[in-house]
Design a protein around this ligand. Structure first.
Ligand code: NDP
Length: 257
C-alpha cells in the first residue's frame, strides 16, 4: 500500500515549470502520481510546446494555461478558467522567481531601482496576486505552497537582490496564512537547498553554494527536486492539515548551522 495520500479528483495548480529540471516539474510529477487533476501554467506562449511534451509523460491529462504573473488581468482570467474547467482548487504550488542576473553577482547595492522592483514583483508579490485571484475558487480545505531560499534569512554570497525578494516572500506567507486561515486555506513555504535549475544558473558562483552544502550540511549531500516535491505533497495534502504560515527547510539541515 502506498504511504502517500490519494488526491484523486482534486485539482492542483502548478506554476513555474520551465523544463524537466524545474522544482515545479518534480512537484507536478509527485501530485500526478498521487492521482491529482493537474493544471500547469506557463509564463508565455513560447514555453507552451515544451510544457506539452513534458505533460505527455504524466499519468493524468493536465490542463495547460498561460499565466504571466506580472499581469493581474491574466492571473484573474487564468483562475476563472481553471474553476470553469477543473472545479474547486485544492491547492497551488507557486514556484516562480526572477531577477536580472546582473544583480545576482558582485556588490549587493549595485542593483538598480528597476531590477529591485521587477524581482520583488515576480518573486514575491506574485504569490499574493495568485492567492487573491484564486480566493473565490478555493476548495474548503485548500493549501498553497511557495518556494523560498535561505538567502532570504541570512546573507548568501551573490544571492543579493533575490535574498530581499525571498525575505518579502517569507513574510507574505505569514500574512497570507493569517488572513486566509479563517477561510480554511493554508499557506506555507518550502526553503529548498540549492538545486541545479535554469534559475539557479543565474546566481553567481552557484557551484560553490552546492559544494559548501555538500561539505557542511548535517546530511553531507545536496537535496533533489523530488525530495522538495515530497514535502510539497505533505503540505498540499491533508497530511499537512495542521500546518500553516510555516517555512520548512528541505536542505539536508544546512540552515541549522
Ligand atoms: P526554474 O527556472 O525551473 O523555474 C522558475 C520559473 O519561474 C520558470 O518556470 C519561469 O518561467 C517562472 N517565471 C519567471 N517569471 C515569470 C512570470 N513573469 N510569470 C510566470 N512565471 C514566471 O527554476 P527553479 O525550479 O529553481 O525555481 C523555482 C522556485 O524555486 C523559485 O522561486 C526559486 O527561487 C526557488 N528556489 C530554487 C532553488 C534552487 O536552487 N534551484 C533553491 C531554493 C528556492 P519561464 O522560464 O517560462 O519564464
Amino acid at each position: 500500500m502506498s504511504i502517500y495520500p490519494t488526491l484523486t479528483n482534486k485539482t492542483y495548480v502548478v506554476m513555474g515549470i520551465a523544463n524537466k529540471r524545474s522544482i515545479a516539474w518534480a512537484i507536478a510529477k509527485t501530485l500526478d502520481a498521487a492521482g491529482a487533476k493537474l493544471v500547469l501554467t506557463y509564463a508565455a506562449e513560447r514555453f507552451k510546446s515544451g510544457l506539452e511534451s513534458l505533460a505527455a509523460d504524466l499519468n493524468g491529462e493536465a490542463l495547460l494555461l498561460e499565466c504571466d504573473v506580472t499581469n493581474d488581468a491574466a492571473i484573474d482570467t487564468t483562475f476563472r478558467t481553471i474553476h470553469e474547467q477543473a472545479g474547486p482548487i485544492q491547492g497551488i504550488a507557486h514556484s516562480i522567481a526572477f531577477a536580472d542576473k546582473e544583480a545576482l553577482r558582485g556588490e549587493f547595492s549595485e542593483m538598480t531601482r528597476g531590477q529591485f522592483a521587477q524581482a520583488l514583483d515576480i518573486s514575491a508579490y506574485s504569490l499574493t496576486a495568485v492567492v487573491k485571484a484564486a480566493k473565490p475558487y478555493f476548495a474548503q480545505d485548500a493549501s498553497v505552497i511557495t518556494l523560498t531560499y535561505l538567502g532570504g534569512e541570512r546573507v548568501v554570497p551573490n544571492y543579493n537582490l533575490m535574498g530581499v525578494a525571498k525575505a518579502a516572500l517569507d513574510s507574505s506567507v505569514k500574512y497570507l496564512a493569517n488572513e486566509y486561515g479563517p477561510h480554511g486555506v493554508r499557506v506555507n513555504a518550502i526553503s529548498a537547498g540549492p538545486i541545479r535549475t535554469l534559475s539557479a544558473k543565474g546566481v553567481g558562483d552557484f557551484n560553490s553554494i552546492l559544494s559548501e552544502l555538500e561539505q557542511k550540511a548535517p546530511l553531507r549531500r545536496n537535496v533533489s527536486a523530488e525530495e522538495v516535491a515530497s514535502t510539497g505533497l505533505f503540505l498540499l495534502s491533508s497530511m499537512g492539515s495542521g500546518v500553516t504560515g510555516e517555512v520548512i527547510h528541505v536542505d539536508s539541515g544546512y540552515h541549522i548551522l
